[in-house]
Design a protein around this ligand. Structure first.
Ligand code: SAH
Length: 456
């Protein structure tokens, strides 16, 4: 098998990145854009000893699960990997991914995983669910300012101001920003040379409050005609906060550390269930509010609180999960590394009249061991919700030493989740329940929540 060879394959499975998997000539083929059930003609892009990557040339016999993507850019765009797969099959794909990871990486038996797993929580209407968008700005070949999405694995911008996963206001906001840039000589950033001013537009909308925040990431400290920009954006209903974020580094990291408010408040407010939240530009906030509420409800149920417990919420962001927990616990301690997020968390406790939640700034793997060793803190329940790389070893080790009765693990990457659960299983915990929650319809990622219980 070599590059440019053509094969006809039947796609029999899906890989973790949403690619189709089939077999040809004793090789396993990974075919981007093919879906399970397709018979397709494919062209080899890169061949290895036992496997190869191939490009989808033509679907010869479409899978019964294949659907017409709603977005014209779905194949090029790096955002959606599964727009050609029916929503039901997508949910199955995600469930299977969690199950496989728990078995193959986590080392749990299929029987254990099957008895723990509950049906994935899907969406009734899986479109326009994102409350946050980050659009890069650039210049096209004709010198026009463009914004849109990066093509898969590249930094080439596909112009598109209306992603159908995002809110309808995004388009109006982006078009006004481009008009402002053209009229006021504000250039778009060029990654290759490191020159130009505007890098990214961050937009967030509170679904419950209707409040909109725009934050422009700039390679500098000031924009030309800042008031003019604010005037243009303030014609859009819901505009609540406009700020600039300074990022002069030659980096892929979108946001810098410094934020300056240009108009309105430095934050927006939103509600999840009964709890209100203040959200600043640098703070993490779940992107899918409908599913977030369901995810938190599940995490809360798994926590099994009666009102007398001390709970630690590690990687707590602006305190979202912590404040849900606090309503049913004696005391909740949150730990979060971003100082602005912790400020938000404290404010959020105050806004909601919650007095039994306390927040610490710092790394979970430093704060928790420190508090445990110096103050001998304890916990009946520990909740963790780390970023994709999962929990730090030191954090896991301390959790195990604290011996809480229950650990609720919320994860956006079931591979690192499974790795961490394997460690905890070795420390005397058993996997009781696990449930997927589809926070990112049409993308390959899936959120998972698990309950571990200490073996008595
Ligand atoms: N539980 C929150 C946030 C989850 S996202 C919610 O549901 O909204 C993960 C959070 O972990 C982010 O806010 C990130 O800033 C924070 N984080 C990343 N590394 C960390 C670390 N080592 N220690 C503590 N917090 C960390």
């Amino acid at each position: 098998m070599k590059k440019n060879d053509i094969y006809t394959v039947e796609i029999t499975d899906m890989g973790t990145q949403g690619e189709g998997i089939g077999k040809a000539d004793g090789h396993t083929l990974f075919v981007k854009d093919a879906v399970v059930g397709d018979v397709a003609r494919v062209k080899i892009v890169k061949a290895k000893k036992n496997y190869a990557y191939a490009r989808l040339e033509k679907v010869l016999k479409p899978s019964p699960f294949r659907i017409e993507p709603r977005c014209a850019f779905s194949r090029q765009c790096g955002g959606c990997q599964l727009q050609s797969l029916s929503y039901e099959q997508q949910l199955l794909f995600k469930e299977k991914k969690i199950r496989n990871n728990l078995i193959h990486i986590g080392g749990f038996s299929p029987e254990c995983v099957d008895s723990a797993m509950e049906p994935i929580i899907g969406m009734e209407n899986p479109w326009r669910y994102r409350n946050k968008a980050q659009y890069p700005l650039g210049t096209d070949k004709e010198g026009r300012i463009v914004t849109g999405f990066y093509a898969g694995r590249t930094h080439t911008i596909i112009p598109n101001t209306d992603c159908i996963l995002g809110v309808e206001e995004n388009r109006e906001i982006l078009e006004r920003i481009i008009k402002y840039m053209e009229e006021n000589g504000a250039s778009a950033y060029d990654e290759n040379s490191g020159t130009g001013l505007l890098r990214h537009v961050l937009i967030r909308k509170g679904f419950a409050s209707g409040q909109i925040m725009v934050c422009l990431v700039i390679n500098g400290t000031r924009l030309p005609a800042e008031r003019r920009l604010a005037d243009m954006l303030w014609q859009i209903p819901g505009m609540t906060s406009l700020s600039v974020n300074e990022n002069r580094e030659r980096t892929n990291v979108i946001l810098g550390k410094k934020v300056r408010v240009l108009r309105g408040k430095g934050w927006i407010e939103d509600r999840i269930g009964e709890v209100s939240f203040r959200i600043s530009p640098l703070s993490f906030y779940q992107v899918n509010p409908v599913q977030t509420q369901r995810l938190y409800a599940q995490a809360l149920e798994y926590a099994g609180l009666s009102g007398s417990e001390t709970v630690w919420d590690l990687y707590c962001g602006i305190g979202t999960i912590s404040l849900f927990l606090a309503q049913r616990a004696k005391r909740v301690y949150g730990v979060e590394v971003i100082p602005d997020a912790v400020k938000d968390a404290r404010k959020n406790a105050e806004i909601n009249g919650i007095a039994n939640a306390e927040f610490y700034v710092g790394k979970a793997e430093e704060v928790l061991p420190d508090k445990y060793e110096k103050e001998g803190i304890r916990a009946e329940v520990i909740v963790v919700d780390p970023p994709r790389k999962g929990c730090d070893g030191k954090c896991l080790e301390t959790m195990a030493r604290m011996r809480p009765e229950r650990i609720v693990y919320v994860s956006c990457d079931s591979a690192t989740l499974a790795r961490d659960l394997k460690y905890l299983a070795g420390e005397g915990y058993e996997l009781k329940r696990a449930r997927g929650c589809d926070m990112f319809p049409w993308g390959m990622h899936v959120e998972t929540v698990c309950l571990l219980s200490r073996i008595k």
